[in-house]
Write a protein that binds this ligand. Structure first.
Ligand code: DX5
Ligand code: ZN
Length: 221
């Protein structure tokens, strides 16, 4: 399977978001990763459904919405209505994760679960059969530009093994500190979708930045 690259707009210039998005769309990005933070689940505030609504009008790219918020049950439908293609929420934030998954899927969108670095994989195993996406955090959620946590790689390997053994139909995504240096490590472990904020948006040539990441994993064969 082709590895998908999902630039995170958290590291983009929000005053010229449509230009920023076009630069990565033209530059060969597969998905657009949208980080939603509420100042409660994580100590940072970012964007809400109104921004997703305008992103939807600005691009036909797959909008991969990552909710780092305390109440996914209330807000997931609002992001779907605004134009999200997938909604990923944190297992630590949901009272009843299965209900959130069922809600997202009942609205016709892809459902994902994410786990913080300290959260064990066992916390999401009961939901794997009904998920489209699992997002393994490779930094503590909240901010872009942090250092990749290599000690999360065994979690990816373990998840890949479960998915293969049980023949689950989900994609494994990694998020945090992904670059041309760290991407191959995650792909070797089983990652299929790579979120990259700083590694793409801190570079002026977005196409070159995306290609650098893609080449780093393509060379794995
Ligand atoms: C962190 C976010 C990430 C972040 C990644 O809480 O979920 O998506 O934007 O940024 P980099 O790639 O710079 O670590
Ligand atoms: Zn994210």
């Amino acid at each position: 399977m082709k590895t998908l690259i999902a630039p995170s707009i958290l590291s983009a210039d929000f005053a010229k978001l449509s230009e920023e998005i076009k630069s990565v769309e033209k530059g060969g990005a597969d998905w657009l990763h949208v980080d939603v933070m509420d100042g409660h689940f994580v100590p940072n505030l970012t964007i809400g459904p109104v921004v997703v609504h305008w992103l939807r009008k600005a691009t036909s790219m797959f909008l991969d919405v990552h909710l780092m918020i305390t109440d996914p049950m209330t807000y997931a439908p609002q992001f779907i209505k605004a134009g999200a293609d997938s909604v990923t929420f944190h297992v630590e934030a949901a009272q009843e994760p299965q209900k959130v998954i069922d809600l997202i899927k009942s609205l016709g969108k892809k459902a994902g679960i994410s786990i913080r670095p300290k959260t064990p994989l066992s916390s999401i195993v009961p939901y794997l059969a009904s998920l489209d996406l699992v997002l393994i955090m490779t930094v503590e959620p909240g901010f872009g530009g942090q250092k990749f946590m290599a000690d999360m790689l065994p979690k990816v390997t373990e998840l890949k093994k479960i998915v293969d053994d049980k023949k689950y139909n989900l994609k494994i995504e990694v998020d945090g500190g992904i670059s041309a240096e760290t991407a191959p490590l995650t792909v070797k472990a089983g990652a299929q979708v790579l979120v990259a904020g700083n590694a793409v948006f801190a570079e002026s040539d977005r196409a070159a930045a995306i290609k650098k990441i893609r080449d780093s994993v393509d060379s794995l064969g």
